[in-house]
Design a protein around this ligand. Sequence first.
Ligand SMILES: Cc1cc2nc3c(=O)[nH]c(=O)nc-3n(C[C@H](O)[C@H](O)[C@H](O)COP(=O)(O)O)c2cc1C
Length: 267
Amino acid sequence: MGPELNLPVGYHEPVSISNSNIESAWISEFLASRRSTRDFLPTEVPADLLHQILADSLTAPSWSNTRPFKVAVATGEVRDRISADFLDRWQALSEIMEPGWRNKLRLLRNRRGLPAKNRSTAKSYVPELKPRAQRVGKELYEFVGVNRDDKQARDAQWAKNYSFFGAPVELFIFIHKSLHVYAASDAGLMMQNLIMSAHARGLGTCAQGSVNIWENVVRSEFEVSKDYRMICGIALGYPSKAKVNQFQAHRIDVSEMLLPPLKVKPE
Ligand SMILES: Cc1cc2nc3c(=O)[nH]c(=O)nc-3n(C[C@H](O)[C@H](O)[C@H](O)COP(=O)(O)O)c2cc1C
């Protein structure tokens, strides 16, 4: 019998493991029990806990062990200033996106809400992937009672991204441009470790591509070299009991991920 590992209990489903009974099923259950958190309690995350989660993120594999990423940790006043700036820009952007020529004129006058960076994140999805994105959007909005035709309600829901859903910590993930997709892949592995470490400790997370368009705001608070670009934010904190945190996004089947073998082999 090995010693009890005594891991803290995760939020969604209690998970208990000991060295003696780590079964293959445990990891599947634990991974499946993580869901994005979109409503946080204001409870602070203790600094040593945050440090542990960040340390856990660095046990992920990495391209030649280069760890081609940096993390900006926004808490307290810095977090609040960034959020206030994002919300202000979002307000301007959502007005511009209203139909009608008057709103397009506003765009010429007030460029504040326009994406300053990483515009590709605001592009529409290619036909192969669009139905999946549409499905999760539709199901999430239905789940929280937001009518898809009610632009105001939709915008209000989206705006929550810019208050980081109330999370006391927002992480901004930057990758070294020189390693291109491999840096993004490394950052993804690091983030998943971070997210699962947080989950094991009863914390919730939500990855946020929505913050990418205003990278300049983050750069106004942290020293970031030109060699790096932002790829994602992560809201981190203790989940509330709000209904939105019970949302279960659809999972595709393994068969949808697998490539079929070539029918005709090349000579
Ligand atoms: C890189 C990345 C960016 C994301 N950006 C956002 C975002 O801006 N806002 C949001 O509410 N969810 C965001 N998500 C969460 C996804 O919508 C979510 O992971 C997906 O629907 C699956 O649901 P689950 O995380 O609950 O399993 C993002 C996820 C990833 C991996």
